[in-house]
Design a protein. Structure first.
Length: 132
């Protein structure tokens, strides 16, 4: 990741190419506890191939339009806290991003698990406790 800058703690940067290259877009919580970024009708729809996220955000990268609201069952990839993925498992399928405020120290901790041993491919977060 030499030469790639981490986004602010409450943001994710998505890239059109693998290994954090090509066009990019930075998405942030903007002071909210929860936000949906609808990319379905924008210039970045179905273009994400890699991503980097900050320490204070939990995120679902979803393959379908916001109206479908399903990021599970092989229809997305997710993570929590400071993490990155150089080769997304759902390459070029992103249509919306759900972002949540995340505090691993004073809130509920989580682990981000990846399909591949080199921390690439589809990812998912597992929460350490109940959010409620």
């Amino acid at each position: 990741m030499l030469g790639v800058t981490y986004p602010d703690p409450d943001c994710c940067t998505i890239f059109a190419d693998k290994f954090y290259a090509g066009d990019s877009m930075t998405l942030c919580l903007d002071g909210e506890d929860y936000i949906i970024h609808d990319i379905n009708h924008g210039w970045f729809n179905d273009r994400m191939s890699s991503w980097i996220c900050g320490s204070d955000v939990r995120y679902d990268f979803c393959d379908n339009a916001v109206e479908d609201d399903d990021c599970r069952n092989k229809k997305g990839t997710s993570g929590a806290g400071s993490a990155y993925d150089a080769e997304v498992g759902h390459d070029n399928h992103l249509s919306h991003v759900r972002m949540y405020a995340y505090d691993a120290v004073n809130g509920t901790g989580a682990a981000t698990l990846y399909k591949n041993g080199d921390c690439t491919g589809t990812s998912a977060y597992v929460l350490a406790g109940d959010l409620g």
